[in-house]
Design a protein around this ligand. Sequence first.
Ligand code: PLP
Length: 491
Amino acid sequence: MYESTRGNYPEQTGKEAIALGMVPVGGLFVPKHYPKINWEDIRGITYPQLAQLIFQSYLPDFTKEKCIEASEIYNKNVFDSDNPAPLVNVGKMGILELWHGPTAAFKDMALQVLPHLLGESMKVLTQTDRVLILVATSGDTGKAALEGFKNVKGTEIIVFYPESGVSTVQERQMTTTDGVNTRVVPVMGNFDQCQSAVKEIFANSKLRETFNQRGIAFSSANSINWGRLLPQIVYYFWAYLQAVESQSLRPGEKMNVVVPTGNFGNILAAYYARMMGLPINKLICASNENNVLTDFFVEGIYNRNRSFYVTSSPSMDILISSNFERFLYEMSGKRPDKINNWYKQLQERGEFKVDSDTLAMAREAVVAGWASEAEVQMVIKAVYQEYSYVLDPHTAVAVKVYDDYTKKTGDKTFTIIASTASPFKFAKTVLEGIDASAVSGDEWINLKKLSEITGWAIPQGLQGLEDKQTFGLSHVRPKEISELIRKVYIS
Ligand SMILES: *Cc1c(COP(=O)(O)O)cnc(C)c1O
């Protein structure tokens, strides 16, 4: 069963939590219990089998057949290799490549599954027969969600992205989507403003009622939806199994995990894996110059009143990190009263301070650090020169933070880095690190150059984007989003 972080809603089944997306009156659904999985029992298992096992353990209200169906997407027709999440040794690090899906970012690992989970979950909502998926994206969720839900019967999907806050490739990936049920809208604002506007729609009971009367339910493909987080737990177990298999780890030995973080979803999935019994030592939260989380772990103050930077790792340009609420819920000892109080302060004053017990728990669970833009460039260059391995800017943030961590602590624990995107999504930045003289003003030339220089193939989903027809709608202000969806879907 699933409960609200704010203690303001009855417990829900897995299907209900997924169908609703977030708690309709504010707050996020969290599992009441964490099933245990002993890694020794799952040695030799395939990725789809592992996914099925984990889905089933959290979703007892789904049939076994449904869980099998959902996990069978991890095959070669969808992902570009037999292993959907290979662990590649680069120096002493294990790079967990999570970008072999159709849109070349880790979001595919969950968003290819979500339509299966959501399709089944929607059946519990009796008064509606269509679902409108509202998505705010910092760049990668948008395309991954569009691909996942494209032409899926009974669903409409609309994606909002910050008009100057995504990479050229990310934008073109989204606007070239040609589904009958897909819409893409640039927003005059940053990601936080997009996300807040979308969350307000969820919390707007009048608007929800209007849509429900027309047979349309709202749901979310953002990581506020439990159905997004669940599939992300799987690959941390998978990473561990691979590390033992390749003898990077002795059986039972703990590993560190470094996650380049924005909305705190990916690292939260790693935290859940640890709660389930996976041998994880340190969880390391890596931020870019939008380092609101790094600061939190110093003093226990979450303060979003600060400059917002547009960086080379746009998917982490976030100051209001949604899933941090789920993390704090656990760290506070599951205290909705505290969560309500903190999030009210965040809303009203843009900051809050947690008590010393909660901070101590949080610091025990997670280590945090950040990397500057100049450091990202240096890391991309250094790793390429030393290992001929090409990092995308998000993964480079993680590698830099890991470097700092080992220098400071001397910790020799084998460490996996969650690699969240293909370098080709950010070709210009990566080229600047590898060979600045090759950089062109035309991003599509940069992709080809990057491929020529490194010998790496351009991922299929990024090929030929420059020539495809675009379908984006015209831009809106954050305030106009609710009016727009009213116009588009109930006119
Ligand atoms: C979404 C994204 C992140 C951040 O993940 P969160 O789950 O939001 O913390 C990091 N890197 C890339 C490439 C992403 O697309």
